[in-house]
Design a protein around this ligand. Structure first.
Ligand code: NAD
Ligand code: 0WE
Length: 266
């Protein structure tokens, strides 16, 4: 069992109980961390506050639309005031306008490309910049984001989200280089498909789950609790020498080229 007692963390990306960020928040709470959770807008405030109330240590609950620099700054100011410093950040935020993940990638508009990369990739850089001084103050820190294999391979309809995840993963490497001198580590978990709110808008998601189950070395899908367990490693001192890394938590799917083949002769 990993120990996060005495650590303080910020979790961005909780929408509901199925959110991967919520599974990570629950695990970090069980491991003894003191948390701050953010919600994107008033519509989700009640949801997040209700979830927050179920944790063993009542977390700070703050508003944060990651497209708004002032809101990111306000979160950092609240954390400085209430926590005095920060040990980890979990970034579980992604969005592309619906048309961008239903229409052909070739048709992606400038505006939709900007929105997807702003929310899904740039927000990690902006949050890192805002919290790095709070981590430096504690002598070290761990930044963690969530990504998907669509950054390096083509998945039908993932489209501009794949481009955004490629930018996010490159950002992990550049941030790890610059923040390493302050003992701040920067990593990503590349998760296999999980039925969350972000997945519920994707047509044929059940088929994606079936293909993964059929081809992954472990012959099964994964759940958010398994992502959270890997996150505990990266956020804790157990991961103290790991930075600039993309860790796959996908039952091994990413390792496969051709799997078992049926004999289709005749
Ligand atoms: P989710 O819908 O629960 O989480 C996405 C979050 O992004 C939501 O909380 C939403 O409120 C937030 N968000 C969107 N726009 C925002 C904005 N402007 N400001 C602040 N927050 C904003 O779904 P999830 O599956 O838990 O996704 C979390 C992360 O995990 C995403 O980065 C996603 O790409 C990644 N991921 C998901 C899967 C999967 O299959 N579900 C697989 C691999 C990676
Ligand atoms: O990152 C994601 C999905 C993120 C996402 C989802 C939506 C749905 C609703 C971003 N923007 C939107 N915009 C909406 O309007 N995943 C890793 C989940 C996912 O999405 C896929 C996948 C997987 C896995 C899309 C196609 C193929 C596979």
């Amino acid at each position: 069992m990993i120990d996060l007692s005495g650590k303080q963390g910020l979790v961005v990306g909780v929408a509901n109980k199925r959110s991967i960020s919520w599974a990570i928040a629950e695990a970090a709470d069980r491991a003894g961390a003191r948390l701050a959770l953010t919600y994107v807008n008033e519509r989700l405030e009640r949801n997040v506050s209700k979830l927050a109330a179920t944790l063993t240590q009542p977390p700070l609950v703050l508003e944060c639309d990651v497209t708004q620099d002032q809101q990111i700054e306000a979160v950092a100011a609240s954390l400085e005031q209430e926590f005095g410093g920060l040990d980890f950040l979990v970034h579980g935020v992604a969005f592309a306008p619906r048309e961008a993940i239903t229409q052909p990638f070739l048709e992606t508009t400038r505006g939709d490309f900007q929105v997807a990369l702003d929310i899904s990739a740039y927000s990690f850089v902006a949050l890192a910049r805002a919290v790095a001084p709070l981590m430096a103050r504690r002598g070290s820190g761990s930044l963690l984001t969530l990504t998907y294999l669509g950054s390096e391979r083509v998945f039908p309809n993932y489209n501009v989200m794949g481009v955004a995840k490629a930018a996010l993963e490159a950002s992990v490497r550049y941030l790890s280089s610059e923040l390493g001198t302050q003992q701040i580590r920067v990593n990503a978990i590349s998760a296999g498909p999980i039925k969350t709110l972000a997945a519920s808008g994707i047509s044929g998601f059940s088929n994606i789950l079936s293909v993964y189950r059929a081809h992954a070395p472990l012959r099964r899908n994964i759940d958010a609790g398994e992502v959270a367990d890997a996150a505990m490693f990266l956020l804790s001192d157990a991961g103290r020498a790991v930075t600039g890394e993309v860790l796959f938590v996908d039952a091994g799917y990413h390792a496969m080229g051709l799997g078992e083949i049926r004999n289709d002769s005749q």
